[in-house]
Design a protein around this ligand. Structure first.
Ligand SMILES: Cc1ncc(COP(=O)(O)O)c(C=O)c1O
Length: 401
């Protein structure tokens, strides 16, 4: 197999029963997705239904906090994927894959979800296209992202709680793959990130690259683009258009949880090693025997011990830089962005903001001054309110800043 690799990463490491289904999907990806008819319908729905293009808005109050003089950071711009229908970038991918599933004649849709945003996006796309939908979700995530569980159920999807392992995204993906192996003839598996076996990392990237294409149409050559990394779909979507332009520095931000020197983090590129997870070769958090180490992050969408293979290659080649931010830094960033810009961002997204001071350090080291930096606001934070209220309870009652 030669296709589906990014340098040494990627591929298709799956049970034999899934190979024909992946080959069928690969053919659909190569023939249906590029067709003028498919692209026209996708573009129409992205514009009329999802609300694209999303704005690229200046964040001047926040910029002034990160760099009062403006010597290091002249312009901070936010790519507002939180303004997409359903509140996150996940809908770009889910809608595209559901249009594809429909054209492939699939009668049953399954998905996995962590933060619930991909589950909500898939349930939404299934509703509008008249497809049945079942979503696997770890029990811990069902509890911490309750509003999204309610949304999925209202949209007509069946949410299946997963009680194995750390009861988070990895375990939901395991169960979804198990289901797919069993019902492979009729079922379409809508993977939610730029991870998994070929062709998913390429398919999801192509469906998310609209984020970076839209940034580039307004701002052809920013100094840096910054995005948080779970499996890596909003980041690869924001990066893709800029990868050939080496003047544009690319920064991905992983979840450092309680700290990368503890065993409670999800910094896969920072602290992981090369291995295989969910059908592709990439960096993973694993022990000496190759067993997966349970990750930790306060944000359900970043709480994953793997990462998409294209990011593994961008990391290996040095084309992109991967930093991390802790739970506490992300919580502080949610509050800062809310108070300075009036935008309640998702805990996932908050990691990208939390790492901005380190991004500016890297830019300075590279001799870039008065930088123009774009942050991808991957989603809105309504789903995280119970976590935020728990953490900030005392302060919020006092109305303090
Ligand atoms: C708002 C938001 N941002 C980011 C992510 C991380 O996913 P990815 O790395 O695929 O963009 C998620 C995942 O659920 C999410 O809900």
């Amino acid at each position: 197999m030669s296709s589906g690799y990014f340098g040494p990463f990627g591929g298709r490491f799956v049970a034999e029963t899934l190979v024909p289904a992946l080959e069928e999907l690969e053919r659909a990806y190569e023939t249906i997705v590029p067709s003028a008819e498919f692209q026209a319908e996708l573009r129409k729905r992205l514009s009329e239904y999802v609300g694209r293009p999303t704005p690229l808005t200046p964040a001047e109050r926040l910029r002034a906090i990160y760099d009062p003089s403006g010597d290091r950071l002249a312009r901070l711009l936010l790519k507002r994927e939180d303004l997409c229908h359903t509140g996150a970038h996940k809908i770009n991918n889910a809608l595209g894959q559901m249009l594809l599933a429909k054209r492939m004649g699939k009668q049953r849709i399954i998905a996995e979800t962590g933060a619930g945003q991909h589950g909500v996006a898939t349930a939404t796309a299934c509703a509008v296209l008249g497809l049945p939908c079942e979503v696997y979700m770890g029990e811990l995530d069902v509890a911490r992202q309750a509003p999204n569980v309610a949304r999925m159920r209202m949209l007509g999807a069946k949410v299946i709680p997963v009680s194995s392992g750390s009861r988070t995204l990895k375990d939901a993906m395991n169960e979804a793959m198990r289901d797919w192996v069993t019902h492979v003839g009729t079922t379409y598996y809508c993977v939610g990130s730029a991870a998994g076996p070929h062709p998913y990392p390429s398919l999801v990237r192509d469906l998310q690259r609209v984020i970076g294409d839209e940034i580039r149409a307004v701002l052809p050559s920013p100094d840096a683009v910054v995005a948080c990394i779970g499996g890596g779909s909003n980041a690869i979507g924001a990066f893709a258009a800029f990868i050939p332009d080496s003047k544009v520095r690319l920064f991905g931000v992983e979840a450092a949880g309680l700290g990368v020197d503890t065993d409670k983090h999800a910094a896969t590129l920072g602290r992981g090693r090369v291995g295989v997870l969910h059908g592709s070769k990439s960096y993973v958090l694993c022990d000496d025997d190759g067993q997966i180490i349970e990750p930790h992050s306060i944000s359900a969408g970043l709480d994953y011990p793997g990462v998409g293979p294209e990011h593994a290659e961008l990391h290996r080649s040095g084309r992109a830089t991967y930093l991390s931010a802790t739970d506490d830094e992300a919580l502080a960033a949610v509050k800062l962005v809310a108070r300075q810009e009036g935008i309640l961002v998702a805990l996932e997204t908050a990691h990208a903001f939390a790492a901005l001071p380190r991004v500016l350090d890297r830019l300075s080291e590279a001799g870039v001054t008065r930088a123009t930096v774009v942050v991808c606001v991957s989603g809105r934070g309504d789903k995280d309110l119970s976590t935020l209220l728990d953490r900030f309870a005392g302060e919020l009652e006092e109305g303090g800043r």
